[in-house]
Design a protein around this ligand. Structure first.
Ligand code: ATP
Ligand code: MG
Length: 499
């Protein structure tokens, strides 16, 4: 179900809260007015009963009942207080009864039956609404019951006037509150609407635009800042995608142009079969390079899109090294390099994705073979500690300048000297290698000395051996490669550090 817009919801909430507050306030004020009128009237009636007590106290003790009655008639027949008054002694003799009381004849219990605070009752008489209090008093040891009354028309008129005022005022206040709520919610949400309008004007071609951050330090300023940070990230991602596409097109353009030139030159005039064969061989070489490049590009694109998956499983380091030796020996011989694989004697296993680790080692071995001049050596070795196995590729090649080390994992980055020794690289190998290492929860560590050689290594978690082989003694692989401690070594790393 589509919910109401926030602005309307806020107005409704504001309205509902104010409406209930106003209604509650009116009801409470009415109740309080009623209560204070009631208390005032009670005290009034009580005072009148105590007046009667004073009159009785002033009577002579030996006065006859008739004389007392006559005194009361003299006092109360003309007094307003006497309109609703009747007094009876404990024997049940009437001492005074006003005409209005005789007409109404309300019940007056004996003083012994009355509680100390008296008993209140009400009745209608003509147009009057009367409240009466039957109250016990005591004079010189004798008890009397006094019943006084008061017409409540005035306080009732006051009350109904107040009620009418409230009935008129409350909806007015509620209406004003609704209007105020609407204006307030508009005012509160206006900056959001402005921000939304500004955000809507940002598209892929003006991603460098930033939203204005108000100088208020409030939630809107915080929202603007957060959106700007998000824009910054999107802008960077877009820029890197654009750079990636640009670089990829550039990298592909060169071999395609080369192929085209080869074909055009071959087609200029009829040639011998050998010439055609040589052209085809060069074209084949070029297409192999292109295939590698496209494969790397595809892998990185798939990695960015999350499509490239890695599944970790235990694998034997010795098997892995044997496979790498078989794959790389011929290429190393062709490059006139002394290739040594230090196959570890111990039967230890690592946790990794078989294809991923083979690809990573191939990237490192390819670099070692490319950037090591003929006559040099390349070593693939493994060392173990309690929890990890460190795989390393060392070479005695050209090395990497210190200032280039932080960038060698960037896509399409190549050290300028690399072009001289290996003109046909595209700078994607280590970027892909870094991604593979990251997915294994590790990082590539590069130690290099210019002109002396490089060592790229990464640590992988040890895994339980696939099956126990107690016959095989646990050995430790030792790399015979000269340690770089003797000369200045630079370090760089790409990927996550291993947990
Ligand atoms: P690609 O691998 O895509 O064919 P590439 O080898 O140039 O091209 P990377 O493998 O990413 O790209 O290496 C980046 C740069 O790092 C290389 O151009 C090179 O300058 C430097 N580099 C990498 N490995 C070595 C090494 N073993 N010795 C010297 N320089 C190296
Ligand atoms: Mg490479």
């Amino acid at each position: 179900m589509k919910s109401l817009p926030i602005r309307l919801r806020l107005s409704l909430w504001y309205f509902a809260m104010f409406a209930s507050a106003a209604a509650l306030l009116s009801a409470a004020s009415l109740w309080m007015l009623q209560r204070s009128a009631y208390v005032t009237e009670y005290h009034n009636l009580q005072e009148r009963a105590e007046d009667v007590q004073l009159v009785l106290e002033h009577e002579n003790p030996g006065q006859t009942l008739d004389a007392v009655r006559a005194d009361f008639a003299t006092i109360y027949d003309f007094k307003d207080d006497g309109k609703y008054l009747q007094v009876r002694d404990e024997a049940g003799n009437w001492i005074y009864r006003s005409r209005r009381m005789i007409a109404e004849d309300p019940q007056l219990p004996a003083p012994a039956n009355l509680p100390g605070t008296g008993v209140l009752a009400e009745f209608h008489q003509g147009t009057r609404y009367v409240r009466i209090l039957a109250y016990p008093i005591q004079v010189r040891g004798r008890r009397y019951a006094v019943q006084t009354g008061i017409a409540m028309n005035k306080s009732m008129a006051l009350m109904s006037a107040h009620r009418a005022d409230m009935l008129l005022l409350t909806p007015l206040v509620i209406l004003l509150a609704g209007l105020g709520g609407h204006l307030m919610s508009r005012k509160a949400l206006d900056p959001v609407a402005t921000l939304a309008a500004q955000a809507q004007s940002i598209h892929d071609r003006n991603l460098d635009t930033r939203l204005p951050v108000p100088n208020t330090g409030d939630e809107i300023a915080e929202l603007s800042k957060t959106l700007n940070q998000m824009l910054e990230r999107i802008d960077k991602a877009f820029a890197s995608v654009r750079a990636f596409t640009g670089n990829a097109s550039h990298e592909l353009r060169t071999p395609i142009a080369l192929l085209r030139t080869e074909i055009e030159v071959a087609l200029l005039r009829p040639r011998e079969a050998d010439e055609y064969r040589m052209t085809l061989a060069r074209m084949h070489e070029e297409t192999v390079r292109m295939t590698n490049l496209v494969e790397n590009l595809l892998s990185l694109a798939r990695a960015d899109g999350g499509a490239e998956t890695i599944s970790l499983a235990p694998m034997r380091v010795s098997r892995l090294f044997e496979r790498m030796e078989r794959t790389w020996t011929a290429a190393m011989q062709q490059a006139m390099l002394d290739f040594r694989v230090e196959i570890p004697q111990g039967d230890f296993c690592i946790l990794g994705d078989a294809n991923g680790i083979q690809r990573l080692l191939s990237i490192l071995l390819e670099n070692a073979s490319k950037y090591t001049p003929p006559g040099g050596s390349v070593i693939l070795a493994a060392t173990e500690d309690k929890e990890h196995v460190v795989l390393a590729v060392r070479d005695t090649g050209m090395g990497i300048p210190e200032e280039d080390l932080p960038h060698i994992f960037d896509r399409f980055y190549r050290v300028s000297q690399a072009h001289e020794i290996a003109p046909r690289g595209s700078g994607l190998g280590l970027a892909l290698g870094k991604w593979i290492a990251e997915r294994h929860g590790t990082q590539l560590v590069v130690e290099s000395t210019l002109g002396r050689g490089s060592c790229v290594s990464f640590a992988l978690k040890k895994a339980e051996p696939l099956f126990s082989n107690s016959q095989v003694p646990a050995g430790k692989a030792t790399a015979t490669f000269p340690e770089s401690a003797a000369f200045k070594t630079s370090r760089a790393s790409g990927g996550n550090s291993i947990a």
